[in-house]
Design a protein around this ligand. Structure first.
Ligand code: MN
Length: 538
């Protein structure tokens, strides 16, 4: 690879998905991974296998099913984590294990407070170097492509950072990531850190240095670019900048800065910019995280010229106020809406552009679904299409419960009441229950709880409109928990009460599948609890 080629490492499915409420189902993650491959990313971080059965399954399937990019799995510097990552990646063509350990004093003092890691800070530092070496060596038994991250490198003592980096390179790490985990650095400072680490390590041949920046001060993209100028050749980033807290560096911003200002940076990537917007759409639909209208590159207004003087200028010569064109980043086609008179060609070419893969045998069925939707909605936009064809509910292979019927009554001066008929498919029993509640959804969920009668907490319920107009799709996301693992359910419909009912049933079915799946519980059992009681970001 030439020295001006930047490796784009997408972590939308790992760091991105760690954003509260951004959970995606396994089928959704596989679709996103296929789209990232089309987009041209070099590495896909597909998940953190030991943290949950869903993460393990997502990595396992993406490693086997997605061609092109290197598929990466995250692991703490622990034997069980690395084994889970190695096992999940088995059978993949190009795989990477990404192992990490905290190196800043503040992390060492708190995460490694226990005396078994050493009494003094100096001793703890030694222990952490040993743990890192062991982890890298162990990871190398699964793959030759091993990445090491010094968590909170942005606040780590530079001499110590250089020491651990040199050691892990000797042990076989081929990519060294210097994360600004807390989003604390500013560009010149981060560039200096990267330069010091590369020089301190002796600019080793064949080793790639990487940025991983968070946007807590709105500097993630700027810091990533500064890191590249200082010699890093991999950028860790996410679609739409999703991620922990304020998010990660956004892929589209970093890529388009390199692209539009190639005169300044002299660096290139393998990204197809025209696929940035469709990919952004897909990720925002699946995570439920709307993109702000004024977001650079992919925001709805990023290319809208409102002021008359600007409009006039753009009409005369678009370069007066535009440094890139909407169509360069794939923004133009959204404005062409499909309706009931759109033919098969219009539908299938749009789906293809959106990265939605329809097998020839399924085309007739898909077209029928589209026509059905067109009967309910005047205009169908990209979000509707993604929603219609992608939303396979999680673990629906063998659902445990099915909602046979529901009836909800609401009205002024009357307490909302719901009646449901739920079938337990395992023992073929049908139960009907009625409940009241503070509102229609509360009543509905109480009635379902009575019918199912298994303990769990409703952790989160959210509803949003996927497209525009009062006939738009409402998408409901629910998260339920049993004091540890969380189970997500999502459903959409033009009827929000129906969507609420199905989202809840999907989450309950995931929970029921988890309770039944003894094998996966045993495999990740200890890992889940470890992962949930310590911070899992890197
Ligand atoms: Mn991170």
């Amino acid at each position: 690879m030439s020295n001006n080629r930047v490796i784009i490492f997408d972590t939308s499915l790992r760091d991105g998905e760690q954003a509260p409420g951004a959970a995606m189902t396994v089928p959704e993650k596989i679709q996103v991974a296929h789209q990232l491959a089309r987009l041209g990313v070099d590495v896909i971080e597909a998940g953190f296998p030991i943290s949950s059965p869903g993460q393990y399954e997502a990595v396992r399937r993406i490693a086997r099913e997605v061609d092109g990019p290197t598929i990466c799995a995250l692991a703490r510097a622990k034997k069980d984590d690395i084994e889970a990552a190695g096992k999940a990646l088995e059978g993949g063509a190009n795989t990477r294990i990404h192992t990490f350990i905290a190196t800043s004093d503040i992390h060492l003092e708190s995460k490694f407070a226990d005396a078994r890691y050493g009494e003094t800070l100096a001793q703890k530092r030694e222990t952490v170097v040993e743990m890192a070496l062991e982890a890298v060596r162990h990871a190398r038994t699964f793959t030759d492509d091993v990445e090491f991250s010094a968590e909170d490198a942005g606040r780590t003592d530079t001499d110590y950072l250089v020491r651990i980096v040199k050691a892990v390179i000797e042990a076989g790490a081929t990519t060294i990531n210097i994360p600004d985990t807390t989003g604390y650095c500013v560009p010149d400072e981060y560039a200096l850190l990267i330069r010091q680490v590369i020089e301190g390590a002796g600019s080793p041949e064949g080793v790639v240095f990487s940025t991983h920046c968070h946007d807590d001060l709105g500097l993630a993209a700027a810091n990533s670019l500064a890191g590249l100028q200082a010699g890093a050749r991999q950028v860790e980033c996410t679609i739409n900048g999703i991620g922990e807290r304020a998010g990660n560096a956004s892929l589209e911003e970093v890529v388009m800065a390199l692209n539009v200002r190639s005169d300044h940076f002299g660096l290139e990537t393998g990204i197809q910019p025209k696929l940035l917007f469709p990919t952004s759409k897909m990720v925002s639909t699946f995570t439920g995280f709307q993109v702000q209208p004024n977001k650079a590159i992919i925001g709805k207004n990023a290319f809208a010229h409102e002021a008359g003087i600007h409009q006039d200028g753009v009409l005369k010569n678009r370069e007066t106020y535009e440094i890139m064109r909407a169509e360069d980043v794939g923004q133009e086609a959204e404005s062409i809406r499909l309706g009931r008179h759109s033919g098969r060609h219009g539908l299938f070419s749009r789906l293809e552009r959106l990265g939605i893969r329809i097998e020839p045998g399924d085309r007739a069925g898909v077209y029928a679904q589209f026509v059905g939707l067109a009967d309910r909605k005047k205009e169908i936009n990209d979000s509707d299409l993604i929603n219609l064809f992608h939303h396979e509910p999680a673990s629906m292979d063998s659902p445990h419960y099915s909602l046979e019927k529901f009836h909800v009554t609401v009205g002024s001066g009357q307490e909302p009441q719901a009646t449901v008929t739920v079938k337990n498919l395992q023992d073929d029993v049908i139960i009907e229950k009625t409940a009241t509640g503070d509102g229609p959804i509360d009543a509905l969920y109480s009635a379902i709880d009575h019918a199912i009668n298994e303990g769990h907490d409703l952790v989160n319920y959210s509803i949003r409109s996927v497209s525009e107009g009062s006939d738009s799709f409402g998408e409901v996301s629910v998260l339920i928990g049993i004091g540890g693992p969380l189970f997500a359910g999502k459903a959409s419909s033009t009827d929000v009460i129906e969507a609420s009912a199905h989202a809840y049933m999907n989450a309950l079915n995931s929970l029921a599948a988890y309770r039944l799946d003894k094998e996966s519980i045993e495999f990740v059992g200890s890992g889940i609890m470890q992962a949930f009681d310590s911070p899992k970001e890197s």
